[in-house]
Design a protein around this ligand. Structure first.
Ligand code: AMP
Length: 217
């Protein structure tokens, strides 16, 4: 099964993609994670991408297309994958087409998550990443901000550089202007599962999994 999970920054794509990939036994391919990993490894692409990411802009399509093709062609994607953060432009959707055609999968599913801008700004401003297990937490939802609820470690939480309010608002603008047309591109081509992204995490997961079961699998 191949899934695209789509929506504005901070709507919960990464959180849901992680859970769904685990539930369905498919690979989670997050282009944001790939770029952050490339930066940590100090690769040329990673260093170049970091500057762009810190402004809330998009990394060039050719670079992203290559990174995604590599990830899809890896053996651990052979049972299926969920793409999180790609495609983000119409051109990327077109680059993806022949890559998907070369895979053996018949089911192509598009999940759209949505939420209002102000909810997103609030969520992302309070988003932190556990330095130990890398899980995403929201400071507003933590009873104890010194302990990671996922791995239990006395974790220090990190704030992503692009989770700064000014950058968040630019990311939302880029989403509206450049990424939203991707939804229209797929509307006439595939069946879209639309889910409200402001419900609690487990409700969103339940909703997605039941719709995948009844409508697609
Ligand atoms: P994310 O972790 O998905 O929020 O992505 C963080 C940042 O990485 C984005 O704001 C972009 O700067 C960059 N990025 C991730 N995926 C893409 C993509 N498909 N195309 C261009 N830039 C991307």
């Amino acid at each position: 099964m191949q899934i695209i999970i789509f929506g504005p920054p901070g709507v919960g794509k990464g959180t849901q993609a992680k859970i769904i990939s685990h539930e369905l036994g498919i690979k989670h391919i997050s282009t944001g994670d790939i770029l952050r990993e490339a930066f940590r490894a100090k690769s040329e692409i990673g260093l170049k991408a970091k500057e762009i990411m810190d402004r809330g802009e998009l990394v060039p399509d050719e670079i992203m297309g290559k990174l995604v093709e590599e990830a899809i062609n890896r053996p651990d994607s052979s049972h299926g994958f969920i793409l999180d953060g790609f495609p983000r432009t119409l051109n990327q959707a077109k680059i993806l087409e022949p890559i998907l055609e070369r895979t053996d999968f018949e089911n192509f599913i598009f999940i759209q998550l949505s939420a209002d801008d102000e909810i997103i700004v609030n969520r992302l401003s309070n988003r932190r990443v556990c330095t130990f297990c890398k899980s995403i937490v929201n400071l507003n939802l933590l009873d104890d901000i010194t302990t990671c609820p996922n791995c239990g470690s006395k974790s220090s939480f990190e704030k992503r550089d692009d989770d700064d309010e000014k950058v968040i608002r630019n990311r939302l603008k880029v989403y509206r202007e450049t990424t939203l047309p991707v939804l229209e591109y797929y509307r006439n081509r595939v069946k879209i599962i639309s889910v409200d992204g402001i419900q609690p995490i487990h409700e969103i997961t339940k909703n997605i999994l039941s719709r995948l079961k009844t409508e697609h699998v």
